[in-house]
Design a protein around this ligand. Structure first.
Ligand code: DGL
Length: 277
């Protein structure tokens, strides 16, 4: 396979993408630990959801969006999506020379926190069916019961910026309760959209249930990796964020207004990168 050379240099931006706006839950953690870096964000909303699509389709999208980020000079790529990481990180690392950082449901920290030894993993169907997830569960040596729970509809509510309507509350209750009823005292948010629903999940689960998300761990991992590769920016000015969407830019813009308050422009992803495979 021909490798795409990536332009690397300290002052190049970091590229981040997700199937939609869920990856903003990771972007905010990256912004918190890397305040001076310039960040590029692609919401692949024209192809959302990834969670119920074949792995080959997601692989093609991840490679296409990755090539776009490299064309904009990304010095590293963060796959801010558990589903895309499970489907595509191996091929991305084979094709791209820049560091490619991915997501993984935080099963290990959850097992460490759980007293009931029952852990619920809330994620997309694609993540839960993947070989990577099977491996992750297989690597868990502790005697713990892992309840894998898909949560259809959650991603769509977050995309709408609807984080609190009765419809969203009902959907959250529907897919949070089964793991609780089976004794889970720890819930892993294995999809980057779900941290935006963490308040509602906590309302259902109550104060004694741990909720584990991995955005901040991934952001710290990214910082360590850039540091090790000598790629951290030397600028002291605050970094900026640029946003693209492969879906209708005004729709992504409306969700951004809720999930990433501030003034920004969402640019349409250029046609060659936005179209399907
Ligand atoms: N945000 C993505 C994840 O972390 C998936 C959303 C989707 O189904 O598109 O898995």
């Amino acid at each position: 396979m021909k490798r795409v050379p990536g332009l690397t240099g300290n002052e190049h931006p970091i590229g981040v993408f997700d199937s939609g706006v869920g990856g903003l839950s990771v972007l905010r953690e990256i912004r918190a630990v890397l305040p001076h870096e310039n960040l590029l964000y692609v919401a692949d909303s024209g192809h959302l959801p990834y969670g119920n699509k074949p792995a080959e389709y997601i692989e093609q999208r991840a490679l296409t969006v990755g090539r776009f980020l490299l064309s904009r000079g990304a010095k590293a790529i963060v796959v801010a999506c558990n589903t895309a990481t499970a489907a595509a990180i191996t091929v991305m690392r084979a094709e791209f020379r820049v560091p490619v950082i991915g997501m993984e449901p935080g099963l290990k920290p959850a097992v460490a926190l759980s007293k009931s030894l029952v852990v619920g993993v809330l994620a997309t169907e694609g993540t839960l069916k993947s070989a990577k997830f099977r491996d992750l569960v297989g690597r868990t040596t502790e005697k713990v019961e892992v309840i894998a729970q898909a949560c259809p509809g959650w991603v769509e509510q977050v995309e709408l910026g609807d984080l609190g309507s009765p419809a969203t509350r009902d959907l959250v209750r529907r897919y949070t309760e089964p793991a609780l009823e089976r004794g889970a005292d720890t819930l892993v948010l294995g999809c980057t959209h779900y941290p935006f629903l963490a308040g509602l999940i906590a309302d259902v689960a109550g104060p004694d249930v741990h909720i584990v998300e991995t955005g901040s761990a991934v952001a710290r991992h990214l910082r360590r990796r850039l540091e090790a590769d000598g790629l951290l920016t030397r600028r002291m000015a605050p970094g900026v964020e640029l946003f693209w969407s492969s879906g209708p830019a005004e729709v992504t813009g409306r969700s951004l207004a809720v999930l990433w308050p501030g003034v920004h422009r969402v640019q349409p992803l250029p046609a060659g990168f936005a179209a399907g495979d």
